[in-house]
Design a protein around this ligand. Structure first.
Ligand code: KIV
Length: 290
């Protein structure tokens, strides 16, 4: 049959690569695909996103999940840390990202102060992200200390991604941006990872953890580990998009690979625009209506 006459039937999920983009149309990434990926050794990719345009680009490129991170506190709202950002500030960003994607799983980050007091508060926040922003899952920080909250949210049918190691919401308690899980504290990290898994999370972020310890945790867990500065022996990699694309001003952490230099591209473009307006070169006749 010529290709043009083949009916547009939904394709079966490619069991060899559960994350492979399908040319026939969008296939939603579900939490079960994370599990299959771990079992089959297929790397999971994630980027943060805070708006519709980047979400579209990352989704169309086949990135498996988009995290509307509380790093929006720094990268959108200009706070010095992630601590001040609120649920009310993150909901519109999450809604924009969720509306833009056809394939990627959208994870909403629960900000500081929106789940610590207990299970009821945690569930209330998670429900807001699912209902008002159409997120597909939520993420919250903490291992053993967040066990009850994760369990309660999961029991209500909301998928949870855990986050242990360096947890930016605790940066003052941790004494700064310090690598976690070194030496004897590796045991605590493993305990945290097991607690997150036991509570029912579908995946766990390991941030700024020695590569050897991350490898150990990855081998111990049935759920996938997503590394942010955790070396190569994890089940997936996540990066803050403004870091990976070179938009961030100043120093980025050692674990960041910059794949572009958007800051210099934009700086150059804006300088040329200003020069052209100042000199009268823009707009030209080709930009003007008759
Ligand atoms: O908010 C964020 O961007 C994050 C990642 C760094 C894990 O939590």
């Amino acid at each position: 049959m010529p290709e043009s006459t083949v009916p547009d039937a939904p394709r079966p999920i490619n069991e060899q690569n559960p994350f492979a983009p399908e040319p026939a149309g969008p296939k939603r990434v579900r939490t079960r695909h994370f599990q299959t990926a771990k079992q089959q050794g297929i790397p999971i990719t994630g980027l943060t996103s805070y708006d519709m345009l980047t979400a579209q680009i990352f989704d169309q490129a086949g990135i498996d999940f988009l995290l509307v991170g509380d790093s929006a506190g720094n990268n959108v709202f200009g706070y010095e840390t992630t601590l001040p950002v609120t649920v009310d500030e993150l909901i519109p960003l999450t809604r924009a990202v969720a509306r833009a994607v056809t394939r990627a799983l959208v994870v909403a980050d629960m900000p500081f102060g929106s789940y610590e007091t207990g299970q009821t508060e945690a569930l209330h926040t998670a429900v807001r992200f699912m209902k008002e922003a159409q997120a597909h899952a939520v993420k919250l920080e903490g291992g053993v200390r967040s066990h009850k909250q994760i369990k309660r949210i999961v029991a209500s049918g909301i998928p949870v991604m855990g986050h242990i190691g360096f947890t930016p919401q605790s940066e003052h308690g941790l004494g700064g941006h310090i690598i976690q899980g070194r030496g004897e504290s590796a045991d605590q990290l493993i305990e945290d990872a097991l607690a997150v898994q036991d509570a029912g999370a579908f995946a766990v972020v390991l941030e700024m953890v020695p590569a050897t310890v991350a490898a150990l945790v990855t081998a111990r867990l049935d759920i996938p580990t997503i590394g942010v500065g955790a070396g190569p022996d994890v089940d997936g990699q996540l990066m803050v998009w403004t870091d990976f694309a070179g938009l961030t001003d100043g120093r980025v952490p050692r674990f960041v690979q910059q794949y572009a230099n958007l800051r210099s591209v934009l700086t150059d473009a804006v300088h040329r625009f200003k020069e052209d307006v100042d000199s009268g070169a823009y707009p030209g006749p080709e930009h003007s209506y008759e």
